[in-house]
Design a protein around this ligand. Sequence first.
Ligand code: FAD
Length: 476
Amino acid sequence: MAKITYRRHDRNPIPLLDPNIRKTTFKEYALGFGHTAAEDEADRCILCKKAPCTPSCPVNSEMEKWIEQIQKGNLIEAYKILRRNNPFSSICGRVCPQERLCESTCVLTFKDNGQAVSIGGLERFVGDSIRMSGIDWIDEKEPPKGKSVGIIGAGPAGLGAAYFLAKKGYDVVVYEALPFAGGVMRYGIPKARLPRHVLDFEIELIKKLGVEIKTGVKVGQDIPFEEIRKKHDAVFIAVGSGRGKKMGIPGENLKGVYTAIGFLMKSNVDYVDPMLAPDEEIELPRGKKVAVIGGGFTAVDCLITSIRLGNETHLIYRRTRDTSSARDEEWDHVAEEGCILHWLTQPIEVIGNEKGEVVGLKCIKMELVPDEKGGRPKPVEVPNSEHIIECDVVIMAVGQGDNPIAYKDVPGLKIDKWNNLSTVDEGFRTNIEGVFAGGDVVNGGDTVVRAIAHGKKAAESIHEYLTTGEWKYNKE
Ligand code: FAD
C-alpha cells in the first residue's frame, strides 16, 4: 500500500480583502478559494476511513466523501453529497465555527501542531461553484405523502426542517413573522460575512422543492397557533430566541443605547421589528464613537457593522480574547480594521448629558480567577479601577432573550423557566401530540449548523410520527 503523505503544515489560507478596503464596504471580505487552491486543499485530506470530522459536525456532513469528489474534480457529486445532510452548505462554509467542530478533529492536527484541512473553505467552494455555474439545480424528492406540516419560523431550523420534509414528499408551509425569510442569517449576520445572494440562492432551492413560505405572519398574534395546528398534520416551532436584550445598568435608556439585534436589523434590512427589538428607534451612527459590549458572534457583527458605517469603534468585554465565545480569527480581522479592544472591562453605567444623549461609558477593570467548579475562569472586579470610555452610542450585545409569542398561549405546553422549549425530548417532540420544536427556541442560542441539525432530526421524528401515528414524548 502506498505510504500516506501527511501535509500537516501547508494549509491554504483563505484570501481576505485588504483591511483598508474592507472597512469601507459591506462587500464580503473573505474571498474564498479559487479552483487551484481548493483542489490543492482537498488534496491535503487523506480521506480517513472512519473520518473523525463527520461525527464532530452537528449534521454529520460526510466530509471524507464530498472532499474525495473535489479531489476527483466532480463538484456536482460533491454538492449532491453535501445536500444529503445540509441545504445550507455555502452558508455553513462561511459562518460555522469549524475550528471548534469538524476541523478540531482533523487527523492532521494530531501531531506537530498540524493544521486541519480547511473544511469550511472547501464546503463554501463547492456550494459557490454550483451557484456560479448557473446550473438549474433541482433536488430529488419522494412522491407526495398527502400530509402537510406547518413550520413556524423561517430561520435555519425551520427552513432546514422544511427542506428535509419536502424531500420526503410532505406539503410544507412555513409561517414567518418578518417580511423576509432567513431569520438571523438575514437580519443579524452582516452582508460582509454572508452575502445575501448566497442566502437567496439556498432558500430558492428549498422553494423549488415546493415549500411555501408565507412571510409577514406572526403566529400567536396575526393568526392563532391553534389555527396552524388544525390546518396541518404536524407543527414544528422554530421561532428562535432572538429578542434584543439590554444589561440592566443605569443610563441604558438614554438616546443612543441600542440592543445589538435592533442595531443589526436596522443596518441589514433597514427595518426594526418590535417583536425582536421592542421600543427601539434606531438612528445608525456614522462618524461617531461607538462602544459595543459583549464577546460573542453578535458583538463581532456589531463591530464589523459599526466600522463600516465609519465610526471609531470600541469593544468592551469583561473577559479576555481567549475566553470569549467569538471565533478567534475575527478578533484579528476587526483589530486590523482599526477596532479598539478593551478586554477585562465591565461597563457599569452609561453616562449622559443634560439633553439625554450618551457621552460615555463608565467601566471597571476585571481580572479572571479560576472557577472552583472547573468551568470558565470567572471575571471579578479590580477595586478602584473605574474609568470612562468616551462614546456617543452604546450597543449591547449581551445575549438574546425569549420570543414566545407563537406558543405562549398553547394550553398545556411545557415551557421552561427561560420561556423557551428545552422541554422537548431527543426527537424534538414537545409534550403536545403533533407539535415539535427545534433551533434556538430549544437551546436558547447556539449556531446555524446546530439549528439545521435540529431541523433535520425533527423532520425524521415528524416523518416517523406521520407514518406510524405513534406519539412517543418521553421527557419527565
Ligand atoms: P432564527 O434564526 O432566530 O429564526 C427564527 C425565525 O422565526 C425568525 O425569522 C423569526 O422572525 C421567526 N419567528 C419568531 N417568532 C415568530 C412568530 N410568532 N411567528 C412566525 N415567525 C416567527 N451562528 C453561527 O453558526 N455562525 C455565526 O456566525 C453566527 N452569527 C450570529 C450573529 C448574530 C448577530 C446572532 C444573533 C446569532 C449568530 N449566530 C451564528 C447564531 C445563529 O444565527 C442562530 O443560532 C440560528 O440562527 C438559530 O436558528 P433558528 O432557526 O433557531 O432561529
